[in-house]
Design a protein around this ligand. Sequence first.
Ligand code: SF4
Length: 307
Amino acid sequence: MIITLGAMVANEISAVLNDWFRANARDLPWRDPETSAWGILVSEFMSQQTQVDRVIPHWEEWMARWPNPSDLAADAPGEAVRAWKRLGYPRRALWLHQAACQIAAEHGDEVPSDVEVLLSLTGIGPYTARAVAAFAFGSPEPVVDTNTRRVIARAVHGRAAAGMPAARDLDDMAALLPADPAEAAVFNAAAMELGAVVCTARKPACLTCPIAEFCEWRGSGFPDNAPTKRPKQAKFAGSDRQVRGLIMAAMRAATGPVSREDAVAAGAGVRAGVGGAQTGAEQAVRAYDSLIADGLIVEHEGSVRLP
Ligand code: SF4
């Protein structure tokens, strides 16, 4: 559903929300106006599916060690994987290293500002490209993450939740964006922030919400009208993801190559989670093979190491 709000109401929402954001935004290090486009790009990679509190110390460490794309590109990809530590989804570290190599070699060590060019970099999808363009370069692109989608679903469409992502989400956000590019960039961050700290999935704090008076869902009495629920995420305990994490932890801790047997053994301590038909050892071998396939570990002369 594309927004049908009147332009006046959309203007009021954006003005109120931008004022609220200027007064209440969390003090995240990458929001410092001095932060480089590279710093913002790194923060976007790290923040995917990861809580901000966990990202901050990793981001600070990375930016101190690799303040420019060429600094990261000069190190082996395994160093990026090692420094990723326990942030999860470590392929992001490999992609970030690859993107750093591309930026250093093909873009003069400067993060591109154009969405289409950003999309050509490894690991950068539509959301990240728009977020970097908006937050690093002030481009008036609509940026829509899970938090933004929830705010729009409730405040504009009167729905309890947003449902599955769809192409129309960008149209919805574009219809709300202020015409002034600087205000549009602030509004992108403000809508995200509202969803992250006020209009949360489980406990929206409507009493302190700056746009409560405009909210359709609140105005209609908080109906239980969420669209089809997302499928529940599989349990982490006993999952292949957990086993991969154990193997990667052992690889990060190792000071040099280790044997394939030791790497597999590091992941074999978990009780297999799928139907009981497989053993922990079988699951560990599968996880090991998947890490090889992803390039997160490499075999070399009978042993295995970070890339
Ligand atoms: S009033 Fe409540 S439901 Fe509506 S946008 Fe604000 S926090 Fe979310």
